[in-house]
Design a protein around this ligand. Sequence first.
Ligand SMILES: *Cc1c(COP(=O)(O)O)cnc(C)c1O
Length: 345
Amino acid sequence: MRPLQELVRTNIWNLTPYSCARDEFKGRAASVFLDANENPYNGPLNRYPDPLQEALKEKLAVVKNVAPGHIFLGNGSDEAIDLVYRIFCEPKEDNVVAIAPTYGMYGVCADINNVEYRAVPLNDDFTLDADRLLANTDEHTKVLWLCSPNNPTGNAFRRETIERLLNDFGGIVVVDEAYSDFCDARPFRLDLDRFPNLIVLNTFSKLWASAAIRLGMAFASEDIIGLFNRVKYPYNVNQLTQQQALKMLDDLPHVNQWRKTLLSERAHLLPAVAELPICKKIFPTDANFFLVRVTDAESIYHYLIDRGIVVRNRSRVQLCGNCLRITIGTPQENNILLGALRQYR
Ligand SMILES: *Cc1c(COP(=O)(O)O)cnc(C)c1O
């Protein structure tokens, strides 16, 4: 890895971060808070939330097996994605390299930040070609975007291929593991000590069934987490979200039951879809969704919409001609989908 200072934008490296009232007081006991111009009434939501979400990180550290100092929390993974650009990429000068197809937000955030986005196609079977990615990097490439299991293809990449990129690329490698909870492979967040240039993304939106509270996680070296904390909005995770996340973290048995049910539904649904006359190919999945190539994606998509069933039409995405992306639902929802697809003519 190149020295961190070489990878970070100069204005960010030199930034004096905002210091909020609670930062200055921090650590001592008090009962009369007259420092932040809050209204004393309407407690407890009258108070600013903990800007670094320490209680939540303590609990998360145990569940995720990552020390609190290696955790950033944001307004969805989307905040972490945007911060990566704002911290590392000089607009109109630096570039990033990503796989294609993949999650759309990496490209949208590149456009918003006026940073060149180099989309490098996966192989036809959606496997990853490390050499092709590296061949598209140059001295201005700051970030490599990987998503594993990948969205919309569903497959996880080989650990050796990702490790090769972490070792051979001198910039930041982001591994978005939004779906790693549905995959048996060892998650990369457990290997932060081996890879100083690694940022791993996780989210409360998928297995944790909490997309509405907007809570995303980034795991990285303490130095990189320090940069995230300096650049983020001071109170980026609101109090209601912190409370609800703490509650979810106390409910592990429930979450594990969801995982079991969804994996078992996935195991039933895939072979059933594979037998349908409309199915040309089902791609192997390590996530809570799958990609299927059908006879006529456009027509089947609208047929399902007419029956109140919404799937994602990915047929205009690179390498995904005539493909639908289908999320695993409840057993009842999956049966409704299968019933409708069986009646399609
Ligand atoms: C759904 C998803 C996320 C989650 O984003 P949030 O902003 O945390 O809801 C992140 N990455 C990928 C690849 C996803 O598919």
